[in-house]
Design a protein around this ligand. Structure first.
Ligand code: SF4
Length: 400
């Protein structure tokens, strides 16, 4: 498995695969061709073409490659290697081709160039499943967070502190911002009003919902967030973390541990299945976020690793089959509400794990539910994998 830093990426929304990934592809080409380039041609394939407009893919490409002009074409047919393909051609002042590259945005902001043939990046962890990790930790008598710190770089806790800071800033920014989200849906931002109402009514669940809305509305507006594990699902974990840290006043050391554990479970899902909506539907995005957040809350409740696994397993199990059908291609409907629901589902999963775990053994392992998620994603009709060709995206008519 890769570093958890590759999962928790700091960047701008609204989509890790459709905004962050293309942005990183453009930056890397730009670095290679330097100032020799005077114009670019970009072709977006598959899901990048189908939902790229709503996900601001064209906006971020033009912004990244500025001041050079860019012409963008949209090809609905996906390239064979991945649903999110992109070709970028750079030209010099005499209109000679400088460089032609094909790259893929493979989810969570990660990218792969065609000539890299999906080569495995540096592997930080010797184990690939929670079962193997649990067995190892039992053998050596080690705590799971110590295990994480041992396998990551020395600056890992500092990185988690930065992740915590950006997550909390994204909650606070969203709670004080009013207005409308960009795009044709004309959706009003409601996090700030939800927050005021939650405080007035002393409603903790509404409070948590307002935190998730704050981040997800910011993400939809192209603001700075942390992928957890993706932009579309970036509201779930910060809502729980902000609540436990700033409302429940839990110490930072426990919060960092919970973030690390959430990252470990997200990393297992990324390694053994997918966190990309274009590959696995929303079960891979919000489903993974709920699983990670359930693990974080279970750790904050003081549960042991097998109970944490149970919480993470339930968090994902009950999102199996969840489709990705963003209306108009915007990361707004159903995404924002889904993040609000998500944090509540995650906390329920941790509480279920604590209580049900006392009564009987869990028969479904986290590793097996991850495999099921991967297979379910594979079986999902492509209309429900970030193409906006089915589900709510087909049902809801957008007025111009
Ligand atoms: S429906 Fe889920 S997977 Fe699809 S764009 Fe929205 S948050 Fe991402």
């Amino acid at each position: 498995m890769e570093s958890i830093k590759e999962l928790f990426k700091i960047g701008v929304g609204p989509s890790s695969s459709h905004t962050m990934g293309p942005q990183r592809i453009c930056e890397s080409i730009q670095k290679e061709v330097g100032e020799q380039a005077t114009r670019y041609e970009v072709t977006l394939y598959g899901s990048l073409a189908l939902t790229g407009k709503g996900h601001l893919t064209d906006y971020i490409i033009e912004k990244t490659l500025a001041p050079c002009p860019v012409s963008i074409s949209w090809q609905i047919k996906a390239l064979p290697a991945h649903p999110n393909g992109m070709m970028i051609v750079a030209y010099d002042k005499d209109d000679h081709e400088l460089k032609r590259s094909v790259a893929y945005s493979i989810g969570g902001g990660s990218i792969v160039f065609e000539n890299e043939s999906f080569a495995k990046p540096r592997q930080y962890y010797p184990h690939q499943s929670i079962e193997a990790i649990e067995n190892y930790l039992d053998d050596v008598g080690m705590d799971v967070y110590t295990y994480i710190l041992q396998n990551e770089d020395d600056d890992f806790e500092d990185y988690l502190r930065e992740v915590l800071k950006v997550m909390e800033e994204s909650v606070e920014r969203g709670l004080t911002t009013r207005g409308y989200l960009p795009g044709k849906l004309h959706l009003k931002r409601v996090a700030a009003d939800l927050y005021e109402e939650a405080k007035k009514a002393k409603n903790e669940r509404l409070l948590l919902t307002s935190f998730a809305y704050a981040v997800s509305e910011g993400n939809a507006s192209g603001e700075k967030i942390v992928t957890a594990p993706t932009c579309g699902a970036s509201g779930v974990l910060p809502a729980l973390i902000y609540y436990c840290h700033r409302v429940q006043k839990m110490p930072e050391s426990k919060i960092l541990r919970a973030l690390g554990i959430a990252g470990l479970f997200g990393n297992l899902i990324k390694t053994n299945a997918t966190i990309s909506g274009a590959e696995g539907g929303c079960q891979a995005e919000v489903g993974s976020a709920i699983s990670m957040t359930a693990a974080a809350y279970a750790s904050l409740l003081g549960l042991n690793l097998r109970q944490i696994e149970y919480a993470a397993e339930m968090g994902l199990e009950h999102q199996l089959g969840l489709t990705c059908d963003p209306v108009g291609g915007y990361v707004q409907i159903p995404c924002i509400e889904r993040n609000g629901f998500g944090v509540l589902r995650a906390m329920d999963a941790a509480i279920y794990a604590r209580e049900l775990g006392k009564l009987r053994e869990n028969r479904v392992s986290f590793d097996s539910v991850v495999r099921v998620m991967k297979n379910t994603g594979h079986d999902l009709n492509p209309a429900y994998r970030e193409t906006s060709l089915g589900g709510l995206a087909k049902e809801l008519v957008i007025d111009d």
